[in-house]
Design a protein around this ligand. Structure first.
Ligand code: HEM
Length: 225
């Protein structure tokens, strides 16, 4: 007996196409925006240069890729097992926190050397909150890795909290990047359409990542009900 494979509905195909295209766009943005900031800041040229460079690597590249690898439409390691994806996610997030800490140390020390006051701008305030949130997120994720720490907590619930708080952290990171683009340092060298195009990068990535994480929830809820 020959079993005929059912053709996917046109809407399903269109949905898959838009999701794949937006995931691809996010990969391009995450790498392109990071390279652009690296070229502009010229890491190593001054102590300050490390700040935008490391922060963009952490929040535009590493954190975006660490979440995108779970996307059913745009993961570069789609074919690998879930266990491997989790391991890569952990590694990327570990490097992300390290870069964020180093990037923040660079700007704080640079301000200290120049006798400038700390956390006086919205960017600085949201930035310090973001680095605090990403560090707390890593500590709070420990019970998912070392399950003996989860004492009495349901792992499914912990995973849901982890995804929700991870999304909030990602949005804080995107907000900090966006406010960084409003700084005198950036806006004095990038203006007009190029500035708007740069601002579109973290904004668009945030929307696509938000959609990926919330769709995963909706799908799980549908399966449960
Ligand atoms: C998510 C990424 C980022 C975070 C978490 C972050 C965090 C911070 C923090 C906490 C400060 C204040 C340090 C202090 O007052 O002692 C700061 C300052 C600064 N950052 Fe960022 N930053 C990020 C990305 C960027 C980017 C991409 C740029 C440039 C395009 C940038 C440019 C600046 C500048 C010029 C200052 C000094 C002026 C100010 O305090 O506003 N930052 N950042």
């Amino acid at each position: 007996m020959v079993i005929q494979k059912k053709e996917p509905e046109p809407e399903t195909r269109f949905y898959g196409f838009t999701r794949t295209t937006s995931a691809l766009l996010t990969h391009i943005i995450s790498l392109g925006f990071t390279l652009f900031i690296a070229l502009l800041s010229r890491p190593g040229s001054s102590l300050f240069s490390w700040h935008p460079f490391l922060m963009t690597i952490a929040f535009s590249f590493l954190m975006t890729e660490a979440i995108l690898l779970f996307s059913p439409y745009g993961s570069p390691i789609k074919k690998l097992s879930h266990k491997t994806k989790v391991q890569v996610h952990w590694t990327l997030q570990g490097v992300c926190v390290t870069c964020a800490m180093l990037g923040m140390t660079a700007i704080i020390y640079n301000k200290h050397l120049n006798d400038k006051p700390h956390f006086t701008s919205w960017h600085g305030l949201l930035g310090v909150l973001t680095v605090g949130a990403v560090s707390a997120q890593c500590v709070a994720a420990m019970p998912l890795h070392y399950t003996s720490l989860a004492k009495g907590w349901s792992l499914a619930k912990l995973k849901r909290y982890h995804a929700a708080s991870g999304l909030v952290t990602y949005l804080l990171g995107s907000g900090s990047l966006l406010l960084g683009l409003c700084s005198v340092w950036f806006s004095s060298s990038v203006g007009g359409y190029a500035w708007y195009l740069s601002a579109l990068c973290p904004a668009l990535s945030a929307l696509i990542i938000m959609n990926q994480v919330s769709s995963a929830y909706v799908a799980k809820k549908r399966l449960q009900s």
